[in-house]
Ligand binder design. Structure first.
Ligand SMILES: [Zn+2]
Ligand SMILES: [Zn+2]
Length: 292
């Protein structure tokens, strides 16, 4: 039994525990150990720098489109990016941790690169457009679902972070996330065509997009036209962000596929799947396009 197989999927580990388990360095988003032939990758989902777009890695089903190393300027396929790119042929294991709170790294399990890395344009920490590498890494089937309680915690933490941001920042992040999600779909149609059902789909996907479409609704449900049933502790009307074309049916996690609805209408939409309801939402989105 190797050291790292003692780690449990969905459990939280601190930096020391990860260093010991994989014999990796103490910092960096991608850490390689020659000794254990493992590359440990971190998906940091908390805001580390206000100037930085903090939501760069995209999940599409059980595949994470993982962003390479390099904070400024164009990324290159060198050093740790090269290790990751060659991981399959060199039989190097990839292990993923996700952190929504600094120091609380959730072990997501082992993954494998399922296609060549590809490039997209993304903002760097100075807000300049640059080239980044995306590594499509599939997290092993039986291991990809986090337990419900943990997911809910993570979902709440994300919402707390996003709630604190001002409207303009939310808009900027939402538009960037939306554009990038679309770019990845365009870039990799084969990889993103089928969307496996995973537990996390019942949660809102990109929190910036979810908050932004709620801001756009001004507190009213797009289907029944009624105000949100209540205002939450942060003073934000309580609505759900709904993907008009379901993610499970190839819909995209983009602004133009999301709209805010009240919880009742949300249940109605998913229960009845009435084409008339869907058309109302599509019309609302079409009208909304002129103002965003
Ligand atoms: Zn409603
Ligand atoms: Zn929905």
């Amino acid at each position: 039994m190797t050291e790292n197989s003692k780690l449990s999927i969905g459990q939280i580990y601190n930096n020391n525990e990860i260093m010991q388990a994989f014999k990796v360095a103490n910092s960096g988003g991608i850490r390689y150990s020659k000794t254990t032939q493992c590359v440990v990758i971190f998906s940091f989902r908390y805001t580390t720098n206000a100037k930085e777009m903090p939501y760069q890695d995209q999940w599409v089903g059980d595949v994470i489109h993982y962003t390479g190393q390099g904070m400024e300027g164009d990324q290159t396929l060198t050093r740790n990016n090269k290790v990751l790119a060659n991981s399959s042929e060199k039989a190097i294991q990839i292990h993923l941790f996700e952190a929504f709170v600094k120091g609380e790294n959730i072990y997501r399990g082992q993954g494998r690169l399922i296609d060549q890395p590809y490039t997209v344009s993304e903002l760097d920490k100075n807000g300049n457009e640059r080239i980044v590498y995306k590594f499509p890494i599939q997290i092993n089937d039986q291991q990809n679902s986090l337990d419900e309680r943990l997911l809910r915690e993570v979902d709440n933490k994300e919402k707390q972070i996003v709630r604190k941001l001002d409207d303009a920042t939310v808009q900027r992040y939402a538009k960037e996330a939306s554009r990038l999600n679309q770019e990845i779909v365009d870039e990799k149609p084969a990889l993103t065509a089928s969307y496996r059902e995973v537990t996390s789909q019942q949660f809102e996907r990109n929190p910036y997009i979810a908050r932004y479409v709620k801001d756009l609704s001004h507190g009213f449900c797009a289907l029944c036209g009624q105000p949100a049933p209540f205002i939450d502790q942060q003073g934000i009307p309580f609505l759900h962000s709904h993907h008009v074309q379901y993610l499970s049916q190839g819909g995209h996690d983009t602004i133009n596929n999301c709209i805010a609805v009240c919880p009742n209408c949300h249940a109605r939409i998913h229960t009845l799947e009435d084409p008339k309801d869907k058309q109302i939402l599509l019309d609302k989105i079409a009208n909304r396009k002129s103002i965003i």
